[in-house]
Design a protein around this ligand. Structure first.
Ligand code: 3PG
Ligand code: MG
Length: 401
């Protein structure tokens, strides 16, 4: 008679291993570490594990510049096991590797976004890719918190095709973020910066109804400065200025303090060369770009944050990877670390930033691996990747409990 121990179960784990890279060198492995509890638990139980993720934003076709090879190597080191990266995602190479997987072994599928079906808005195309992913495994585990706001094949559509469960990272993330949606201790201050401004701008609208103050620095500030009619020189400028303007108006009407960094450190180029000058945010020279908030902004933000009872921070205050543009990010990190508030640092890049400027994760209440995902969660949106895991129409597997 066969027993449960003889059953060979294979699990497809959707992780978010979209780590920052300098060439092929991983500059922060926080997202890889964050998926270890789920992977280890499955492997220790004898599952054959296929881990999959996106990396960057390749155009739906294989692109060696976005290979997961460095990530597979680092995951292997952290797990203390060999992690083979398959040469394709769901093609012959992946199928052969999966067919040869023994219980307790793990492979990584090559970048999901090498396949146009992964991110397609066309449900049929997405579904076809999800069918191929689902055919590789018996079970699906969603653990890529940083991608749960994306309606992508590996995030949503696979869950409809396989018995599924949420991994430990998704459970921990949602438990921490729930504290920012119910019984919020006030004042509640949100600090926003970083890039992907076009993605994140709409979230400001949602946060206007929740936060008492919103402090804006980093790449996000220039959109609001431009919306106020200031010239921002060569600074990052993304997002719809009319939308930004409407938020400034709404904040003024509703009494939410929306504070833009009053000064900014600028240079002619986004690299380590050339002089760094501090100017008022309203007077950025046409041939310069803002690369960090200035000292006055750092002092102002720290003073505001000192009085908060709840703080959420998404997005670095500058190009922290370059040491002389890291002061603003360090000042905000210090303000959160010194604060008695419940503090959440949200976002893969922001988590990487606080670690890069010298703060351990335990200096904060929670460090989230998802930037866009945590912002949309706080905004109160239904996140497609979480909804897919909650769906109770899954192919039935009953748990022993
Ligand atoms: C992130 O880094 O924010 C996540 O991995 C999501 O990536 P995306 O914004 O390219 O979908
Ligand atoms: Mg990010």
């Amino acid at each position: 008679m066969k027993t449960v121990d003889d059953l060979e179960v294979s699990g497809l784990v959707r992780a978010d291993l979209n780590v920052p890279l300098d060439g092929t060198c991983i500059t922060d492995d926080g997202k890889i570490r964050a998926c270890l509890p789920t992977l280890s638990a499955l492997l220790d139980r004898g599952a054959a594990v296929m881990v999959c993720s996106h990396l960057g934003r390749p155009a739906g076709t294989p692109d060696p510049g976005y290979t997961l090879a460095p990530v597979a190597a680092r995951l292997g080191e952290l797990l203390g096991r060999t992690v083979v990266l398959t040469a394709d995602t769901v093609g012959p190479a992946a199928r052969t590797a999966v067919a040869g997987l023994a219980p307790g072994e793990v492979v990584m599928l090559e970048n999901l976004r090498f396949n146009a079906g992964e991110t397609s808005k066309d449900e049929t195309l997405r579904g076809a890719f999800a069918d191929e992913l689902a055919s590789l495994a018996d079970l699906y585990v969603g653990d890529g918190f940083g991608a749960v706001h994306r309606r992508h094949a590996s995030v949503c559509d696979v869950a409809a095709r396989l018995p599924h469960a949420a991994g430990f990272l998704i459970q921990a993330e949602t438990a921490a973020l729930q504290r920012l949606t119910r019984d919020i201790q006030r004042p509640y201050i949100v600090v926003l910066g970083g890039g992907k401004v076009a993605d994140k701008l709409p979230v400001v609208g949602g946060l206007l109804g929740q936060a008492d103050q919103i402090l804006i620095g980093g790449g996000m500030a220039f959109t609001f400065l431009a919306a106020q009619g200031h010239s921002v020189g060569l600074s990052l400028l993304q997002g719809d200025l009319d939308v930004a303007r409407s938020y400034l108006d709404r904040a003024a009407r509703s009494g939410v303090d929306l504070v833009l960094a009053p000064d900014v450190a600028v240079a002619g180029r986004r690299d380590a060369a050339g002089p760094r000058v501090v100017v008022p945010s309203a007077a950025i020279p046409p041939d310069k770009m803002g690369l960090d908030i200035g000292p006055e902004s750092a002092r102002l933000f720290a003073a505001r944050l000192a009085n908060a009872k709840t703080i959420f921070w998404n997005g670095p205050m500058g190009v922290f990877e370059i040491p002389r543009f890291a002061d603003g990010t360090r000042a905000v990190a210090r303000a959160l670390a010194d604060s008695r508030a419940f503090t959440v640092v949200g976002g893969g890049d922001t988590g990487a930033a606080v670690r890069a400027v010298g703060f351990p994760d335990d200096a904060f209440g929670h460090v989230s691996t998802g930037g866009g995902a945590s912002l949309e969660y706080l905004e109160g949106k239904t996140l497609p990747g979480l909804a897919a895991l909650q769906a109770d129409d899954q192919p039935a597997v009953r748990s022993a409990g």
